[in-house]
Design a protein around this ligand. Sequence first.
Ligand SMILES: [Zn+2]
Length: 234
Amino acid sequence: MPENTCVHRDSGRRHFLQTVLSSAVVGFAAQAGIEFASPEKLSAQTNLSPDAALQELLAGNQRFAANQLTSIEHDLAILKEQTVGKQEPFAAVLACADSRVPVELVFDQTIGHIFVTRVAGNIVTPEIIASLEYGVAVLGVKTLVVLGHSSCGAVKAAMKADTVPGQISTLYPHLRQAVQQSDGNFAKAIEANAKIQAELLRTSSTVIRDAVKAGKLKVEAGVYDLATGKVTLI
Ligand SMILES: [Zn+2]
């Protein structure tokens, strides 16, 4: 008997939860319905000027930092359907591989909006250049942000020049210049690194350099603060 009572209570609770969840789903769907203007915005985004594209990213970060995300209200089924055959991201980001820097979330964006390359230490390598050149020349992104972040393990390791397993130390040469400019200051090294990598993109890629010169692209460096959720351009 006690077991039966228990099952009874449990199924009652389950029914309650199902009812609550169903209402939540209906509520969410209604909200999503109101937000249906957003998918149209997707195809128009590449018409943004470089300045407007950068502002769009920063506005998204302000929403993220204020815990007021709008990207989660998009209807993912519609977004997926509209982006199966094409993509028209308005921005590109080179960020660290760090799990605490989820780029789309940080800028309150969703499917098809930003072209993201990630590698530990947000360093510029030939493969990263090639990927970002595709974003610029083929996809027509209007802004490119190199995003460093506070407490970056790659920068920290390069500063200490620790002995590390496997091929991790191949990151070090890319970070050396930033470490040299930092005077042993961790935050300064992180900022310097983002700036150095952004400048490297502007100068070592002819595609990026020409797009910047033609006023079609803006390349910026920024740092994401893990504690506040805010991105600051530097
Ligand atoms: Zn990092």
